[in-house]
Design a protein. Sequence first.
Length: 155
Amino acid sequence: MSKVNYWLMKSEPNSYSIKDLKRDKKAFWDGVRNYQARNFMINDMKIGDKTLFYHSNSKPSGVTGLAKVCKKAEPDLTALDKNSIYYDPKATKQNPRWKAVTVEFVEIFDKIISIQELRHEKALKNMSLLKKGQRLSVMPITKSEYEHIVKMAKK
DNA sequence: GCCAACGTTGGC
DNA sequence: GCCAACGTTGGC
């Protein structure tokens, strides 16, 4: 068993929230249309990897719970669907262009750890989430960042 | 709703 | 392969 990787995955709660994931138990992480984020999912995410669930464009934005990867990346067929908001005219059946992992609900925090609180933590000051201009919707984090945020949630 | 930052597209 | 124009993200 190789080492667990740690991630942060963003979602806008009005499109898919941690509560939706709790209800659904599992979710195919479709709709990612950024190559860097996609490549993390294809190349680096493995079953059992742990991820923070982050609400973006929210009040407040922040980490709201935990999930884990339960299925490796598979073609994201919403790219082929003309009626989907994720439709990509360059995607084909032979080359769907986009792939996504499936994540499984782990827990929902009692409180949201807001981005302001994250910014206040010295231990997190190198976190890529907090860097200026950072827009990736799927990004790697370190084990210690992950554990630090989990600890904040349990306080 | 604004807008800075960044990614993508496409003409050349 | 450059780069201007355009689109998107996401905090504020």
